[in-house]
Design a protein around this ligand. Sequence first.
Ligand SMILES: Nc1ncnc2c1ncn2[C@@H]1O[C@H](COP(=O)(O)OP(=O)(O)OP(=O)(O)O)[C@@H](O)[C@H]1O
Length: 373
Amino acid sequence: MRIDPIRPVSLRGEVDPDKAGLVLQGVRHSYGGEPVVDGVSLTVGPGELLCLLGPSGCGKTTTLRICAGLEAPTEGEVRVAGMLVADRQSFVPPERRNVGFLFQDYALFPHLSVEENVVFGLEGMPRKKKQERAREVLSQVGMADYIQAYPHTLSGGQQQRVGLARALAPEPKLMLLDEPFSGLDRRLRDQVRDETLHVLKASGVATVMVTHDPEEAMFMADAIALMNRGRIVQMGSPVELYCYPKTAFAARFFGEVNEFAARVGAGGQVETPLGPLDGRGLISGAAATVMVRPEALKLAAIEDGASPDVVGRVLASRMLGRTSLVHLQVETPDGAGLHLHARVPGRYLPPPEERLEVSLDRSLAFVYPAGQD
Ligand SMILES: Nc1ncnc2c1ncn2[C@@H]1O[C@H](COP(=O)(O)OP(=O)(O)OP(=O)(O)O)[C@@H](O)[C@H]1O
């Protein structure tokens, strides 16, 4: 099977709202007076895949349900492919929104064959055409050989592919996926995720996917909307979120960080045991939190007679598979030392007590005001 290359979609801020797959404008929703979606605005361009990412309870699923028409927003507007589908006065039900769903618990009909499951969602065409379309999408998801099979005879991954085919068959203008891979075991999940990405991209449909897993979001998304407490706290490409997190919350959410306190000096410089960092924008004299990604720490043997600026003493080394994790103690002026984790590609296992030169990739070190969420 030929797989088309995935071209980057970088339409942020340039999408004509009438051409966008989805536009949310100031969407709010409350349960029992508690706001759970608190002013969400976003645009998903044609062919773009946007991930709603965030911790449990931050309002991702409620936002997706509002897009689907399974909840009505208490405030704001929802547009699908240029059509207003919800605001204070109007509400278009899910089946008239031209939207496809793939939810973890959105099960197939057990009494219908694979083909009948896909045909079920098709309307407004002769039976023969429905069958043709069902077979076409089933072949796109690699399930052409299973059209007569019944769901209970399929693996979880195969069922998920049929679910994807069923959702794509009516050629929706917008696809909505809620944690679609979380029911699959890890190995299968990677494979189904990859297939789903290629099928969605080949179909050219605008997609919103909910996940709580930052790696999954980076794997799938053109754009990520990171949510916390009902709000989007940062939106951008995976590179923007991982390499330029605007808040301590965003930096922490994308994986382990070495975190320590420091103070902003005159001129915005922040002195740290790893050397000075740029704290421009922070008030001079203020307390700061420094965050350093483990892969930002570069380790090297110390040459005879050399005295590097930063030295780390190895506490432990662990092979984690694709990377090795080195626990280090870096000297500090107060003598207390700073415990850091360095992540190094491949197998790198320096013995305990070895002294190594430590240098810092400053592009993966961040400074925030102390106490910021
Ligand atoms: N039907 C409901 N009635 C009352 N409260 C609800 C309902 N659905 C969700 N909530 C609450 O709204 C908040 C947001 O839930 P939501 O499911 O949107 O979050 P989420 O980010 O998708 O989290 P998770 O990943 O755990 O599903 C949570 O505090 C949740 O308990």
